[in-house]
Write a protein that binds this ligand. Structure first.
Ligand code: GLC
Ligand code: GLC
Length: 648
């Protein structure tokens, strides 16, 4: 991959720098010679790659070599600080790099305060996480942040401190250890596109320190901002137009893609990259096993472009990846790119992000529920589901964010669907404005200039449970519960890590109380970020309750997943059922086949025997959900039924 000239340069650079490193870390090397050897071996295998990326990004800077040396020092220093237990984990993961592809993997995500009050509360909930059989727990941003409005914690004032309301860094470290002892990997956000305006670097920049002003993108007048904005998308148009905020203290415009208190970091400055490497490794050394790379698409800016998904953004992530392979190889990355599907997949690479959210599947599950048609979903599963075999999707139904309809317009037009119109329909449908809609969602960031809008709401409210409970009869309640189980059934039986937005497992409904809170009222995403109601949670144990219905059935699905390795590793085939309302999938590994059938309508759908025969040569099938074995014949699917059959 690298030519001889390049290899010589890389080798020469490293051999010039190593004696300096050895001098700086003399004491540590003498104390732990074995650890140093491991470090050197990993440096040796990853240096060419790191050097190539780093020099492509930064070699034109007059002080390139100074920063390169600084980077290697950071790596060595963070490695020496890495606890022995985690060094052990590094070795385990290097032996089993695809650990996250196991069918035992199951994720949960929650806010610390909303779910359990604080970190001590989360510690107490470990038995609950085990009841759900979670192996992956994503705690939403828990770092030191701004008082008041802080974008749900995504405005970070220190990557090394926990928000004092939630606990301390020591508690976080013990929680990570305790979770690991219980077979659960801790997942945290790495909000690396921006810091809050109260981060030490931002405060220094705002007080006029030029070195720190170069940590961000600051401009003395509107010339550059205007030029950039010609090509930028507005992310939070409700809050401020464009992407810049004027800071009167320094009389400069600062780049703020999201809120005006979230300042975009300037990765064109190698000092920023080096600092963020240390912050990342600090989190890895605290015991975090997966970092969610927040707002990954935005980290590099280039005039004349949309400043999203630029090639340099990929190089940066690859450089972060090479760095963690040297100093904390157990760590893996999850990409949060909620963008066009062509762009989403570009981040998915063993050398970049090993995991990625699957926003397309998420959006199309909702799309299929609204339309009762599975065309777009089938197309996406056929054409866009396959990714690098050493990586995995993280499949989800809901997250703390809004739902954006990120399907490809070209894909849609091949099915005769106009993307723009279809998004308008989906927005109408999920805000409950479309006649007959079962959904109770809210608009998010509706932009009159572009007609763009996204959707907020909990899974249960979007799936019809809220409307059914408040306005309708028990049969509509039943349909809503089935919709919830149906979409979960799909993510639990595909390869990838299924991720549950905690609260969905008991059918949490929208909570409108945020509208009375001045800090939250402008952001409808709070409607689906609610406090866990412990009494409601207890009802999961009481037969006859809705909570029980949803919870128990999800547990059954989880059990099926965990008992059938084929569900995480088998080959995926989308069936042609000659019925647009039913999604049919085959999972096979050569010997066993699992057939998944999902009816997206409120009517019974029949799959004729001759159609099934194309996919199943065996004469009998065993229904994993009901335990019923039968000779191959037509299958009648109940309204919104999700059925799982195995060839017996
Ligand atoms: C990500 C987060 C979102 C946040 C934004 C800015 O998209 O998921 O909640 O508002 O980044 O950090
Ligand atoms: C993300 C996405 C956008 C999402 C937002 C958070 O970066 O690109 O679709 O809505 O941040 O809300």
């Amino acid at each position: 991959m690298f030519d001889q000239t390049f290899k010589r340069k890389a080798h020469l650079s490293l051999s010039r720098l190593l004696p300096r490193l050895e001098a700086y870390f003399k004491q540590q090397i003498e104390a732990k010679p074995g650890d140093w050897q491991i470090f050197l071996a990993r440096l040796d295998s990853n240096f060419n790659n790191l050097f190539s990326l780093y020099s492509t990004l930064y070699a034109s800077q007059y002080d390139f070599f100074y920063h390169l040396e600084g980077l290697l020092c950071s790596l060595a220093s963070m490695w020496f600080q890495r606890p022995d237990e985690l060094k052990g984990l590094d070795q385990l993961r290097e032996k089993d790099p695809l650990w996250f592809q196991s069918n035992q993997m199951l994720g949960g995500v929650c806010y610390v305060d909303l779910f359990a009050g604080d970190l001590a509360g989360i510690m107490d909930q470990i038995p609950y996480f085990k009841e759900l059989e979670l192996t992956y727990l994503h705690l939403m941003p828990l770092y030191k942040t701004l008082e008041g409005n802080n974008d749900g914690g995504y405005a970070i004032s220190s990557y090394r401190e926990v928000n004092p309301r939630l606990g301390t860094i020591e508690q976080l470290i013990s929680l990570a250890t305790k979770l690991r002892e219980n077979g659960i990997s801790l997942v945290l956000d790495f909000v690396f596109n921006h810091t809050s305006d109260q981060h030490e670097w931002a405060l220094k920049a705002n007080s006029g320190d030029l070195d720190y002003q170069e940590y961000y993108r600051m401009y003395p007048d509107r010339r550059m901002p205007d030029a950039f904005e010609k090509h930028l998308r507005e992310i939070f148009p409700d809050e401020h137009p464009g992407a810049f905020t004027y800071k009167k203290e320094v009389r400069k415009w600062v780049w703020t893609t999201f809120h005006s208190y979230q300042w975009d970091l300037n990765y064109a400055n190698p000092a920023v990259f080096n600092c963020m490497i240390e912050e990342m490794l600090f989190l890895a050394n605290a015991g975090v096993e997966v970092l969610r790379l927040d707002a990954i698409a935005f980290i590099w800016k280039q005039i004349g472009t949309s400043c999203e998904n630029l090639p340099e953004a990929h190089m940066l992530v690859k450089a972060f990846n090479a760095a963690k392979r040297i100093a904390a190889p157990a760590l893996i990355f999850k990409s949060e790119a909620i963008v066009h599907p062509d762009e989403v997949t570009k981040y998915i690479d063993p050398d970049e992000c090993q995991l990625s959210y699957n926003p397309l599947l998420m959006a199309l599950l909702w799309e299929s529920l609204a339309t009762r048609k599975t065309g777009l979903l089938k197309q996406a599963l056929t054409e866009r589901y396959a990714i690098n075999p050493r990586c995995s999707w993280v499949n989800y139904i809901r997250s703390h964010d809004d739902i954006g309809w990120t399907f490809s317009d070209q894909d849609a037009s091949r099915l005769g669907i106009n993307g723009y119109d279809h998004r308008q329909f989906l927005n109408d449908f999920y805000t409950g404005n479309f006649k007959g809609s079962f959904a109770r969602g809210l608009p998010f960031q509706s932009n009159p200039k572009t007609g763009d809008m996204r959707i907020s709401g909990t899974t249960a409210s979007l799936a019809g449970l809220e409307k059914a409970l408040k306005e309708e009869t028990s049969s509509e309640v039943e349909l809503a519960v089935r919709r919830i189980l149906l979409v979960h059934g799909i993510i639990f039986t595909l390869s990838g890590i299924p991720l549950v937005y905690l609260g969905d497992e008991i059918g949490n409904l929208n909570d409108y109380s945020y509208q009375k809170d001045p800090i939250k009222s402008a952001d409808s995403r709070w409607v689906h970020r609610l406090k866990m109601d412990q009494q409601k949670l207890e009802r999961r144990k009481k037969t006859g309750t809705i909570e029980y219905r949803i919870f128990e059935n999800l547990l059954k699905l989880i059990k099926i997943r965990k008992e059938n390795a084929i569900l995480s590793s088998g080959f995926l085939q989308v069936m042609d059922l000659e019925n647009e309302h039913v999604l049919g999938l085959v999972r096979s590994n050569g010997t066993v086949k699992i057939i998944l059938l999902a009816n997206f309508t409120e009517k019974v759908q029949t799959i004729p025997e001759n159609v099934l025969k194309i996919y199943v040569s065996d004469n009998s099938l065993y229904n994993l959900s009901t335990g019923h074995k039968f000779h191959l014949k037509k299958i009648d699917l109940d309204p919104f039924e999700f059925a799982i059959f195995i060839t017996a």
